[in-house]
Design a protein around this ligand. Structure first.
Ligand code: NAD
Length: 235
């Protein structure tokens, strides 16, 4: 039977690339996103759009109820924010970050796990989970996604459901569009590849973790960052 994947944040960027990658290998894919206009562009070729706010528990449960059984869930919906030092991060911005990045991942993982027979849950974290200045709320939300991933992997392993995270370095998507040219140049210098990678690079990592062989990997964080996370070397 044709496997079915639900990809959140599937209207654009990494999520869209994941949806297209899985559809290209013959999967039926539901791309869920709160951006209805952007979703219209992904419909077709094995991808069905669904308007969804991942932080809305009732809406997530209702969507999963009306979809065919899920083999794979990719939690890719996420938000970033203006870079700010800790002293300037508003409480509301911190809470919103956790509500979407962590809360959305938790809600869909829970609703999926309640209904899935076997399969894989793949959470898009960020290399930033290891730390970084100017985005404490983003870093905290992604570190929490990694914690959630590990906890769920332990709980769900006996049911044949693997749970892993992919932690990308800088990826060429709308999320980095807001950077000033100076900031983009500064951040690009930290990337071993010299700049952002295409979303398709992350989609390949997700496709591996979604595959039968990839599901033997469990509770791991796959850093796809060209080695940026290894630190700097003065040569
Ligand atoms: N671009 C990068 O450099 C980078 C690096 C590391 C991790 N990430 C992570 O990758 C994921 C995808 O980001 P992207 O770079 O493709 O950005 P993007 O902005 O292109 O895509 C994010 C998508 O998530 C959707 N979304 C946001 N909040 C939502 C909600 N509440 N409900 C449903 N959909 C929602 C947006 O509408 C958008 O389509 C995010 O979790 C992000 O944190 C991105």
């Amino acid at each position: 039977m044709q496997p079915h994947a639900l990809v959140t944040g599937g209207a654009q960027g990494i999520g869209r690339s994941v949806a297209e990658r899985l559809a290209a290998q013959g999967w039926s894919v539901t791309a869920a996103d709160r951006d209805e206009a952007a979703l219209a562009a992904v419909e077709g070729q094995g991808i069905a759009p669904a308007v969804l706010d991942v932080s809305d528990s009732a809406a997530v449960a209702a969507l999963v109820d009306r979809l065919p059984p899920l083999d794979v869930v990719v939690n890719c919906a996420g938000i970033a924010a203006e870079l700010l030092p800790l002293k300037d991060i508003p409480r509301e911005a911190f809470e919103r970050m956790l509500r979407v990045n962590l809360g959305g991942t938790f809600i869909l993982a829970r609703e999926a796990a309640r209904r899935m027979e076997r399969g894989a849950i793949i959470n898009i974290a960020s290399r930033g989970y290891l730390g970084g200045a100017g985005a404490a709320h983003y870093v905290a939300s992604k570190a929490a996604v990694v914690g959630l991933t590990r906890a769920l992997a332990v709980e769900l392993r006996w049911r044949g459901i693997s749970v892993n995270a992919v932690a990308p370095g800088m990826v060429e998507t709308r999320m980095i569009d807001d950077f000033t040219p100076e900031m983009r140049a500064r951040l690009s210098r930290l990337e071993p590849a010299g700049g952002p990678m295409p979303p398709a690079t992350i989609a390949e990592a997700v496709a591996y973790l979604a595959s039968a062989a990839g599901r033997m990997v469990n509770g791991q964080v796959l850093l796809v960052d060209g080695g940026k996370s290894l630190g700097v070397a003065p040569c």
